[in-house]
Design a protein around this ligand. Structure first.
Ligand code: ST9
Ligand code: ZN
Ligand code: ZN
Length: 335
């Protein structure tokens, strides 16, 4: 966004030419070069002990749950995997690609389904998740990024959920355009009934199904399909914020930290092509390679085929190639 004379336009950092979303759609996930961190000492870190204790207990119980697996019904483990995939899609296809980035459109029945499985993932309600996530892209790796990866692996992984937010996260976050989320009745309904929806979808349903249908003990199914599965989906998601901001190539933009991390791609249902994703946040596939290793893209394509989704946005091959040549690290062959 350099003007003719080389001055940076700070009025409005509008989406680059590459963005295929129209002006009317949300574009507040585009990196804002006009924001600068405040000078002077950083505010002190304030621990939230309640979160530290609960997160520690959750992880201890998840380790304990591993010991129960050999003595449970095989179907219970398969059910836990299904719950992992469903709650994962509630994050990737729902909170992330639909609600944070508006990279495709979804009909009411699909939005309801995505909101229900989003509650199964228990990662804050969709509104809060998408607000924090737009801030993460717009102010990436600064004080206003909720999980600023320059504060280290642990902070961007889980530490940010255990301390008070940096004041700039809230100050800049309040200025984000969230009008599309406020106008979405499904998002606001899920926000209003978030606690009961989590109780039902994240804990009760995963525990009761194995008990009712194949006589598993409630104790076992609670530990495996609720506690262990929830802990795994949290860590799979958090690895995008930690590992995929530290380890991997940068074929699209060598000037930013997010990277292409193939281990994360696998665990996170296609969400580890993170250098690509920060470069082209509007792309519904979060990857140059479409369906390849991308379970979430396959799911969205299936929804389009069923008539439940439409308007999938993609970056064109030409634009991707031009961008690789201009700012890539050379790890992809371009010539
Ligand atoms: C969880 C979320 O795990 C994980 C998100 C990961 C994102 C990943 C992204 C990667 C890409 C996608 C890949 C997906 C891959 C998936 C793979 C699946 C297979 N803007 O929050 P408070 C306001 S959650 C504007 O209390 P504190 C707020 O509205 C896990 N405003 O801040 C409020 O105002 P008011 C479970 C903001 O006190 C006020 O500020 N959940 C913003 O600093 C205070 O808000 C937890 O563990 C903003 N950005 O506390 C709960 N933020 O009073 C964790 C805040 O007017 N959260 N505001 O309403 C908490 O306990 C607290 O938020 C805190 C901070 C302690 C962390
Ligand atoms: Zn994103
Ligand atoms: Zn990121």
């Amino acid at each position: 966004h350099m003007a003719q004379n080389g001055a940076v336009n700070v009025e409005k950092v509008h989406p680059p030419e590459e963005d295929v979303r129209s002006e009317r759609e949300m574009t507040d996930d585009v990196f804002d070069e006009s924001y600068h961190e405040k000078k002077g000492p950083k505010p002190a870190t304030v621990y939230v002990w309640r979160n530290i204790i609960l997160m520690s207990l959750l992880h201890l119980y998840a380790v304990y749950a591993l010991w129960l697996i050999p003595s449970t019904h095989l179907l219970t483990s398969l059910w836990a995997i299904l719950c992992f995939i469903l709650s994962g899609l509630g994050i990737t296809a729902g909170a992330h690609r639909l609600w944070s980035h508006r990279s495709y459109k979804a009909t009411l029945p699909l939005r309801i389904f995505l909101a229900v499985i989003n509650s199964m993932a228990f990662q804050n309600d969709i509104y809060e998740w998408a607000r924090d996530h737009r801030g993460h892209h717009k102010f990436s790796e600064t004080d206003a990024d909720p999980h600023n990866a320059t504060r280290g692996f642990f902070f961007s992984h889980v530490g940010w959920l255990l301390v008070r937010k940096h004041p700039d996260v809230i100050e800049k976050g309040k200025k984000l355009d969230l009008s599309d989320l406020k106008a979405d009745k499904v998002v606001m309904f899920q926000r209003r009934f978030y606690k009961p929806s989590v109780l039902i979808m994240c804990f009760i349903v995963p525990s009761v199904v194995p008990w009712y249908f194949w006589g598993e003990s409630l104790y076992n199914s609670f530990f495996i399909a609720a506690i262990l599965r929830y802990t795994m989906i949290l860590n799979a998601t958090w690895l995008v914020n930690s590992a995929a901001h530290m380890y991997g190539n940068r074929p699209y933009d060598r000037n930013i930290n997010p990277r292409e991390n193939h281990l994360v791609v696998f665990g996170a249902l296609g969400e580890g092509f993170h250098n690509y994703h920060h470069t082209f946040p509007f792309d519904y596939s979060t990857s140059e390679f479409g369906l390849k290793w991308n379970f979430t893209t396959a799911f969205i394509d299936l929804m389009c085929y069923l008539g439940l989704a439409s308007d999938t946005k993609r970056a064109s091959k030409d634009i991707i190639l031009a961008r690789k040549i201009r700012t890539g690290d050379g790890s992809h062959k371009t010539g």
